[in-house]
Design a protein around this ligand. Sequence first.
Ligand SMILES: NC(=O)c1ccc[n+]([C@@H]2O[C@H](COP(=O)([O-])OP(=O)(O)OC[C@H]3O[C@@H](n4cnc5c(N)ncnc54)[C@H](OP(=O)(O)O)[C@@H]3O)[C@@H](O)[C@H]2O)c1
Length: 257
Amino acid sequence: MAEAIIAGLLRKKLVGPEQIAGSHPRQSRREEMHVKYGVEMFENNRDAVTEASIVVLAVKPQRLLGVLQELKGSLAKEQLVVSVVAGAKIETIAEELVHVSIVRTMPNTPAQIGEGVTAWTASAGVSEQQESQVCAMLEALGKTVRVENERQIDMATALSATGPTYIFLVMEALIDAGVHMGFSRHVAQELVHQTMLGSVLFARESHKHPAELRNMVTSPGGTSAEAIYQMEKGSLRTVLSKAVWSAYQRAEALGRK
Ligand SMILES: NC(=O)c1ccc[n+]([C@@H]2O[C@H](COP(=O)([O-])OP(=O)(O)OC[C@H]3O[C@@H](n4cnc5c(N)ncnc54)[C@H](OP(=O)(O)O)[C@@H]3O)[C@@H](O)[C@H]2O)c1
């Protein structure tokens, strides 16, 4: 995720490589990042943050506490901390770092190609100028949506951060259905990928409700009517709703641990 942010910032020319510093415990990874992006890499997190206006926390949740302890006491009041770590509460980060300016974000995997969507929220100690900086930085990953509180971060975790999982499962099922009918996997994949991509772009550009778009292709006694009947009979809508609700409850439970 940190690499996706660095790549996006440089691709969009929001900052130059000399304005980015990273850290990694492994020398081979430090060298790889330096050669690929020209950014300065440190072994130690404390060294990486000394001149930073924005400090991004992007380690796995189980490593976060160690990194926070390492950084404790090394941040100046005006530095902003942005966390992409799933489940890590603003309060926890603020207490561990003894710091008030914290932004919590929830990106998703299409961020790797700059097509993600990131929900974010800020603590009261974050200034308006810092908020616009964060927004610009997160746009390196795709779209951004500011949410009101951390409960909505959990909701975004279930809807958009877990979102690619729902889409990929539907994608896989449709490709398999194509193969079942007799298409080669390659052809089924091409047909499904473009159908999904085209449907999303069409929905976005037409500004129509999905039900209206669906009705446009549903002729009496036709193929869409037959397919819709089977999907409703199989409770596809309810299954998806339950999946999102369960993911939300799981996100809340993980945040309480
Ligand atoms: N990937 C996503 O789409 C996504 C979406 C939403 C949220 N997130 C959150 O983003 C965070 C990062 O996820 P990721 O997928 O980018 O994980 P990742 O690929 O494992 O990246 C974390 C990197 O941090 C390195 N690291 C380990 N200990 C470190 C330390 N003490 N100091 C500095 N770096 C250290 C890891 O090295 P080693 O591999 O050698 O351990 C690894 O290269 C997670 O908290 C995750 O919850 C990710």
